[in-house]
Design a protein around this ligand. Structure first.
Ligand SMILES: CC(C)(COP(=O)(O)OP(=O)(O)OC[C@H]1O[C@@H](n2cnc3c(N)ncnc32)[C@H](O)[C@@H]1OP(=O)(O)O)[C@@H](O)C(=O)NCCC(=O)NCCS
Ligand SMILES: CC(=O)OP(=O)(O)O
Length: 344
């Protein structure tokens, strides 16, 4: 089922999220939330189950979790307790086999699955017991991503896993009526030109899948079309060239300063020959410092909704959260994860 998202009103937050939730509901996917000790996660599970956005697996003891979840309805959650889960032995053998070249023994795998719910969650996704995982309310991004990268690996034909945020900016006419994709704001620390080009191409696909509109991709820099000279600028120019070569049909251009990328009048002034200057809805940051600082600025100062970091290029969807997230953020990222798990 497809929902048209090309028209946003000033209530674009509601439109984006509601559309994603409807698509998630129709998909009927199962998502594992491994951070069961976190109250925001339990509140999110309650909301997700009540709204029937996805089926939920919680990792941990059912009795202990229900005792903590006073006032919440988690009766429809599936509990997987590492202390008595029937598949533990088989998952242990599979994990040890997967990581044997890295020196992992059966004992190591058993200890990891028993003590680290991120690894157990990723194995549930790997084995198809869950369709995706959402974590990071408690764990750092590096820990969430390391577990998923080690177990799930990249999708076929993809060399690099990276991440993005869907930013829904209130009262904003820029981008897709205030909806943007920012990448990479969470994972790849210092991409070279080739990696930056890969990030841009993945981000365009992610935008198409989630926002269901035509991506217009801006390669961001502190320079617009040669206005500044520096090796950092050269990197973005080369990444732009590589991305255009690899995906000639993509509406992608650069290098742009942020204003030239999203403000039509400034785009026209600084880059008059560009087909997308001033109209970009996918913003590719030159490195993780810029991307992470950029999304937090827009989230905190413009009061934007920030969904992510969402992973792209991974074999199956595992998504991270900021440790500063709310229960509502977890609901949104879970819905996005369920949509990512679909084939449409
Ligand atoms: C995610 C992160 C931990 C990976 O770091 P790392 O040091 O490469 O981790 P590891 O060496 O343990 O790598 C784990 C595996 O993932 C692979 N991998 C790492 N990054 C990858 C990427 N971007 N794409 C695909 N595979 C990747 C490695 O090759 C390795 O595979 P292997 O163990 O099968 O050989 C690192 O990129 C990171 O810390 N990023 C920043 C996260 C962060 O703090 N963000 C800010 C807040 S959002
Ligand atoms: C995405 C991000 O910045 O995560 P955290 O705030 O948890 O570091």
């Amino acid at each position: 089922m497809k929902f048209c998202l090309t028209v946003y009103t000033e209530e674009n937050t509601v439109n984006f999220l509601e559309s994603i939730k409807q698509r998630a509901k129709a998909a009927g996917k199962t998502i594992v939330l491994p951070e069961t000790d976190d109250m925001r996660t339990l509140k999110a599970a309650d909301m997700i189950l009540r709204e029937e956005i996805a089926k939920i697996i919680l990792i941990g003891s059912k009795d202990e979790t229900l005792a903590k979840a006073d006032g919440l309805d988690l009766t429809k959650a599936i509990f997987i307790d590492p202390a008595n889960y029937s598949e533990m032995e088989s998952l242990t053998a599979k994990l040890a086999d997967l990581r044997k070249e890295k020196g992992m023994t059966l004992e190591d795998a058993a200890a990891l699955l028993k003590n680290d719910s991120l690894y157990l969650g990723c194995m549930l996704v790997k084995e198809g017991i869950a369709d995706g995982m959402v974590a990071g309310a408690v764990n750092s991004t590096a820990n969430v991503m390391r577990a998923s990268l080690q177990i799930l690996k990249t999708a076929p034909g993809v060399k690099l896993v990276s991440s993005f945020f869907v930013m829904v900016v209130p009262d904003c006419a820029y981008g897709e009526n205030g909806v943007f994709l920012f990448s990479d704001s969470g994972l790849v620390q210092n991409p070279n030109a080739e990696e930056l080009s890969a990030i841009a191409q993945s981000a365009a696909q992610s935008f198409k899948k989630l926002v269901q509109a035509e991506p217009k991709v801006a390669m961001l820099s502190h320079s617009t079309k040669g206005s500044a000279k520096h090796p950092d600028v050269d990197k973005v120019i080369e990444a732009t060239r590589l991305a255009k070569e690899a995906a000639p049909d993509l509406l992608l251009d650069g290098e742009f300063q942020l204003d030239a990328a999203i403000v039509p009048e400034i785009g026209k002034q600084k880059a008059p020959d560009s087909p997308i200057a001033g109209y970009a809805n996918v913003l590719i940051f030159p490195d993780l410092d810029a991307g992470n600082i950029g999304y937090k600025l827009v989230e905190r100062l413009a009061k934007a909704e920030a969904y992510g970091p969402i992973t792209q290029g991974i074999a199956k969807p595992v998504n991270d959260l900021s440790r500063g997230c709310t229960a509502e953020d977890i609901v949104g990222v879970t819905a996005i994860t369920a949509v990512q798990a679909t084939n449409d």
